[in-house]
Design a protein around this ligand. Structure first.
Ligand SMILES: [Zn+2]
Length: 126
C-alpha cells in the first residue's frame, strides 16, 4: 500500500510541468534560509574569519613561511618583547638543539651553523 502511494506521487511529480522560473536556492539568513558561517560566527571565530579574509594570521595557525636563513633572507622570529629564546636544529638529522637568545635589532647568527635569525615585533590580536 505504501509502495503504491509512493509510486503514485512519484509519477505525479514527474508528469507535472512547472511553468515559470524555478526559485534559486539560497542559504542566506536575510532570505529566511540557513545562516552562513560568516553570518553566525561570533567572538574569536569571527575575528579569525575576518583576519583570514584579509590574508592575516593573527594566531599563527598557518604553516610558517620558509626562509633561507641567509643574511639577506633571515628567519623571522615574532616576539611580543624585545628578546626571545630560539632553538636551532642546525642540520636536518641533528638530535641536539642549539639554544640562544635573540635580541631586537640586527639579524643574529646561530653560534653553531651560522643561520641568520631576526626578531620582529608581534602584537597580540587582543
Ligand atoms: Zn644553527
Amino acid at each position: 500500500m505504501a509502495a503504491r502511494l509512493l509510486l503514485r506521487s512519484a509519477v505525479r511529480a514527474a508528469t507535472t510541468c512547472r511553468t515559470g522560473p524555478v526559485p534559486a536556492l539560497t542559504r542566506s539568513m536575510a532570505a529566511g534560509g540557513i545562516p552562513t558561517d560568516e553570518e553566525q560566527a561570533t567572538g574569536l571565530e569571527k575575528i579569525i574569519m575576518k583576519a583570514t579574509k584579509e590574508g592575516k594570521d593573527p594566531y599563527s595557525m598557518l604553516k610558517p613561511k620558509q626562509y633561507t636563513g641567509s643574511k639577506a633572507d633571515p628567519h623571522l622570529v615574532p616576539s611580543i618583547t624585545n628578546k626571545r629564546i630560539v632553538g636551532c636544529v642546525c642540520e636536518e638529522d641533528n638530535t641536539s638543539v642549539i639554544w640562544f637568545w635573540l635580541h631586537e635589532g640586527e639579524a643574529q647568527r646561530c653560534p653553531s651553523c651560522g643561520a641568520h635569525y631576526k626578531l620582529v615585533p608581534h602584537e597580540l590580536p587582543h
